[in-house]
Design a protein around this ligand. Structure first.
Ligand SMILES: [Zn+2]
Length: 112
């Protein structure tokens, strides 16, 4: 998944380079606030990590989809129609991704 925050000045969303699965995880890495510079308008501000949101990582989704399709075609060649179940692999990817996004976005740090 990708982390992003919305610039308060121009309302554009900016992708963040942080790697965290959960919000407390992110807090451990960078603290409750971080310095943010908007890539669109250049505005600098302090952003609280509650203002960070998660969204699906499209690249990972696409890779999952490709793997699922390739696998399905490959297995279809050997096993026939039963191989089509491997087409569900990308959806399992999705499930995991959506789950972690939901837990990230649903959990807020207490503001002091
Ligand atoms: Zn901005």
């Amino acid at each position: 998944m990708n982390l992003y925050t919305v610039c308060r000045s121009c309302k554009e969303s900016n992708n963040l380079k942080f790697e965290a699965i959960t919000r407390p995880d992110l807090q451990m890495q960078i603290g409750s606030e971080f310095d943010f510079k908007c890539a669109k308008c250049g505005n600098s501000e302090k952003v609280h990590i509650n203002d960070v949101s998660a969204e699906p990582n499209k690249k990972i989704m696409r890779i999952g989809l490709i793997i699922g399709i390739v696998l399905a075609i490959f297995l279809f060649y050997f096993y026939g129609a039963i191989a089509m179940v491997s087409i569900i692999i990308p959806f399992l990817f999705w499930q995991v991704e959506i789950q972690s996004i939901r837990s990230f976005n649903g959990y807020m740090i207490r503001r002091k």
